[in-house]
Design a protein around this ligand. Sequence first.
Ligand code: HGY
Ligand code: MN
Ligand code: MN
Length: 416
Amino acid sequence: MGTLDDIRVDGDRLWQSLMEMAQIGALPGGGCCRLALTDEDKAGRDLFVRWCREAGCHITMDNMGNIFARRPGRDDGRPPVAMGSHLDTQPHGGKFDGVYGVLAGLEVVRALNDHGVSTGAPIEIVVWTNEEGARFAPAMISSGVFAGQFDLDFALSRVDETGKSLGDELSRIGYAGEEDCGAHDLAAFLEVHIEQGPILERDQLPIGIVTGGQGQRWYDVTVAGQDAHSGSTPMAGRRDALAATAALVLAVEEIALQETPHGVGTVGALTVRPNSRNTIPGGVDFTVDLRHPDDETVTRMGQALRARAAQLAADRGVDVRIDEIWMNPSVKFDARCEQALRRAARVLGYPHRDMISGAGHDACMLARKVPTAMIFVPCKGGISHNEAESAEPEDLAAGCNMLLHGVLALAAAGLP
Ligand code: HGY
Ligand code: MN
Ligand code: MN
């Protein structure tokens, strides 16, 4: 009769569930597109809920569409130890970003069932709505409502580029729950995720214990110039919104490079108006994403952006409007949860290192309310938000074993 420390997940079963989920919203290039609250997201949620019910979990949902799949504990009066992530993807997403953390949670439940393990506290697998922020900005909006960073009405009123609201789409796919988002009691939250960066692969380590997440600010920028004829308008005196934008895009890159090695800045989405080859663009809308582990540095980067914009506006006779739509401070994870993960790494014999997350995660929001920590596993070339995203089955299994033993420690398990 082994001890709890001898229990391992079934890596093949985890891989199979990832590949089956990847069929939903599958793209020709091998990735997935399940934008938040689309029919593809609904199909992924339906599959996850079916699998959880087959594993004996009880499902509840809150009014942001967050899904809680509960495996009862011996003492069901205690708040659950939770694990999870997100099922929504980027437009050219991969097979693992988010979904790995959700299906690793399911694999933990399946492994506990296989070994007849009862836990003191109940455990739950959580799916957080709209983590990516690709369809409805900002990102991590539902874990953000749960953690008190956004209010419910703000979140439900967010619209996509076609004007559909998050709230309407949530109702349309049938995932608007009754429970008030944030009312659901959680004892702790663990999230396993691919690193989405190069460090673990470079260091040839299977596991990262994540001690925090960096700060970030998101902006919507509008540059207003003047539509004019591309052939008959002299270069001098043009008010070319796209040429001004091009200078601003390079300014974002320079501002980030000035804060090297940790500062990052990205212009990810851009629309040109009227977008005609023989009309000088009179208007451009684009997004800016600035990040750094130090909050004051992110603030300084934002101020530098505004200063460069004002200078360019004066030089080029355009108007530049910069709206900050999200300020997400850096966050530190919980020492007790980290200790549970360090113990798990020792028990499992996994070499590991501490690291800060460059990407945002639901755990970065949960940590503002609930003891939280994260586990990273390497992904090939550190590539993510890309159809080529890939990870090794043995690394995914290792991260899932870390999740299993982290949850067992926090839920004070016991064999029957
Ligand atoms: O933006 C992020 O870091 C995450 O992928 N939503
Ligand atoms: Mn993610
Ligand atoms: Mn992502």
